[in-house]
Design a protein around this ligand. Sequence first.
Ligand SMILES: O=C(O)C(=O)C[C@@H](O)CO
Ligand SMILES: [Mg+2]
Length: 390
Amino acid sequence: MKITSVRARVFEWKGKTVPPQGNFCSNAMDLLYSRQETMKTFRFHQWTVVEIETDTGLVGYGNVALAPKVAKQIIDQYLTPLVMGQDPWDYEYLSQRMYRATHAWGRKGVGMAAISAVDLAIWDILGKSVNKPVFKLLGGRTKEKIPCYYSKLYRTDLDEMQKEAETFLKQGFTAFKMRFGYGPKDLQKGVVENLKSVAAVREVIGYDTDLMLECYMGWNLEYTKRMLPKLAQYQPRWLEEPVIADDIDGYAELNAMNIIPISGGEHEFSLYGFKQLLDRKAVSVVQYDTNRVGGITMAHKINALCEAYSVPVIPHAGQMHNYHLTMSTLASPMAEYFPMFDVEVGNELFYYIFDGEPVAENGFLDLRDDVPGLGLSLKTEFLDQFDITE
Ligand SMILES: O=C(O)C(=O)C[C@@H](O)CO
Ligand SMILES: [Mg+2]
């Protein structure tokens, strides 16, 4: 089998979007600008879709949501020439070829995200070529169904957050991730607001459920050290990305406090990036995203590394490319799950581009044994609400 074409298209959402709400999620820019400015940067309304065809007539789909227009350029100009005419079953060789050819500038960030999209399409082809779902090629079914956690609860009025939590508690979710709205620049008032929001959500979901707390890089080491003892009373399962991804020493210091497990990884890349996090005991939960970290070829290796270090893997963002990694390893106990909503931040855009995503039932997801490849196809229903760049 040979790769005969690679097509990367950028889907830019032009449909209805929920306008940015002030203080809806702390983020890395908060330490620089006022909240109104930072909310405008917090948008993922483009997605690059990669389609790879083979001489046997198979088509594989990949995707990338980090800097999609730049990722497309990297795929078109650098990665396509490296995989054209190659056998997709040589996926380790192709992964190394892309990783080493772009290593001088692409070993972190959008270079790895672009490689991920090509690698995802290759694995989609591999599954389709043997009529097996990708998870069957990685280790098979390790779970009857995948436990998942409801992920949204962006900061808004507390009664609105409580209504949202109530709604999805009634749908059977037993694990929830919420976002903070305040950080260091909001001083003690922000501390009080952050604690009030956690108390409000706990009041609804109780203590026989998991609650995870998302900072999305919007705090710093000093503020987090002050917040951890205050948050411990709410028994969170983890505190996510309190500091920026490069502050690995900060992660390690916070995790070593052993007050609340620190999670991270959605902004880390490659096997070596996660070796560093694990060697430094920087995180208690690994959260790579398979469409960022280097694709399935790289994520499969990181799963094994996490198993050896006894650190659970709970990939960022849910979405089909991550579900196959979670299904195929005991190192991954659960998945993140974004239900389909009106487009806001953009995490939900996946549902407007692809068909095939499983819908959670009672807090569980299932992947079918009889759907080959990743199990995705392009949705036509919303095509008229996208500007698509070839
Ligand atoms: O889902 C996550 O972990 C994210 O980081 C998504 C982003 O929207 C902030 O929550
Ligand atoms: Mg996150």
